[in-house]
Design a protein. Sequence first.
Length: 633
Amino acid sequence: MKKRPAQKKGKPMQQDRIEPATTESVPATNPTRTRGAAPAPGDGAAETPAPRRRGSSHVPQTAESLAKRQREISVSEFFAKNRHLLGFDNPKRALMTAVKEAVDNSLDACEEAGTLPEILVEIRMINEERFRMIVEDNGPGIVKAQVPKIFGKLLYGSKFHTMKQSRGQQGIGISAAGLYAQITTGQPVAITTRTGAKKPAYTCELHLDTTKNQAEIQSEKDLDTWHRDHGTRVEIEFEGKYEKGRRSVDEYIRETAIANPHVTITYINPLGEKTVYLRQVQSNPEPPKEIKPHPYGVELGTLMKMMRSTEEKKMQGFLCNDFSRVSGGVAHEILEKAGLTPNTWVQSIGTKEAEALYKAINATKIMAPPTNCISPIGEDRILAGLKATVRAKCYVATTRRPSVYRGNPFLLEAAIAWDCEGMDSEDPVTLFRYANRVPLLYQQSACAITQAAVDTSWKNYGLSQPRGSLPIGPAVVFIHFASVWVPFTSESKDAIANYPEVEKEIKLALQDVGRKIGTFIRQQEHAEREAKRRQIFEKYAAILANSLARITHKGQIRKAHEKSIASKASKINYWLQKIAKRESAAADKLVKGAMVEVHEDVHVVEGAAAAPEAAPAPAKPADGTKARKGSDK
Ligand SMILES: Nc1ncnc2c1ncn2[C@@H]1O[C@H](COP(=O)(O)OP(=O)(O)OP(=O)(O)O)[C@@H](O)[C@H]1O
Ligand SMILES: [Mg+2]
């Protein structure tokens, strides 16, 4: 085993714990100077004599003394202090976030390699407050040289600069989980990875040097055998808290399985309970294609940066080759409006020309960006995922056409599972929010999805909705936002920012599924009304039958007649019940028939459309009289 010397084994990362800042190493004041003494010549204090209040212990700073304390902050140090920004603010959430970061990476990697994902998630409880997370995938594996950068360097990844849909985008996720582990337990991140059957597997343990934002390998070796031909296994030990229910790891895995029916996930929770979410569809989603930035989405500063780093020499080439949807004609028009020519040298463009170019771009009609950079889940797959995981009576789904915000293509999908088992019809619906197939479990109220769901008029679709709230009903409302760049409100990727274009599309998607489910709800209500009427009718049918039998009896009723009257009443009752059943059966049929006719895409679970509490077949008359066919009398 090769060892890199930077860190002694057995002496884990205690020195990397972030300690409260002290001023010892950088004195705030000149220690040689005494109170009231004249400032030393040249130390600058004389130029900025700050008044000092009597009795105050505050020593005024000078530009020079401040300069001594000013230094670069490494990105790892920043996030170690601000771990809440990355979703590690409390132990329960930290457990979920760590699993999420690892699983998202595994799914991205498998899909990029065209492999049907098989993921193992195991959480071992070391004690009530400490857990060891293992996430293993059958993805393409990671090249040995990349392992320390991926797991030990924040802001390092393959997705930040690409314009195509993926779960990860920032290059922080997995290294942040490792950093959190290091801060809370001092334990290194353990990785095993293999890139092909003919290659050895590679395993190592590393920790992060937060000052340098780089990894230090504690131990590493090649393995001749590993149980997978290709894939990656990540093990991290950290402080956490395991709880079931809302916003738990269990919930994250379940919701992931719904939106990713092409995945098999084996999940072993800290209590040792194993759940296998089996693959529901046998192919990966269509892989998204990478696109170049659309001119409308590029701000002035970015445009200037692009011009500084482009390989193109002339402006025409720059516009046509570094952007999507800019043809020769469009480039010509833009350049003309900006007072430039196709042959203007890119490097000759100054701030003034760049500003003119930026204005010209926005004043020119340019085709919307291509949308094959987005890969929707698709209605069939959403329904397959929902049906396998949420037991309901009716399912509807919709996939909308792509749209654009700030030059970024995006697309909305929505679904509703109605009349779900175990849900209270007096409670608000359960909202499943997704961004690029990843469930969003935190910050529901800060999310554009929730806002749009609250702003939608659900009453139009037969749902009650208290003012300013989600609608009421035993339903799961599923919303998926897919884009080349998800506008998250923070690095913890919990909530989507409120762009008007985005909110409008979410609402339209919800209205689509609302309309579809509205038909079902109305028809179900109709069936329920019929059933209630039938119940009332049945309740009084026997009394009515008895009265009718007596009214129709000719002459005085003696004791001897009672038996024949009872028999007659029984017969009348039988027919009354039969009529009632026929009437409501027609309503039941109507419900089911109309569904199929009106909306082929409303998926009603067999028997679910029938009126609740269907009436039992009426009992045969007591005297065994055969009912006549074709007559209800
Ligand atoms: N299991 C894996 N298999 C293959 N490559 C991986 C795996 N996990 C991570 N990577 C690579 O490591 C990079 C960094 O991962 P990391 O989670 O830190 O960032 P990201 O996924 O790019 O973005 P985000 O911060 O939004 O999660 C990824 O971009 C990917 O290229
Ligand atoms: Mg990631």
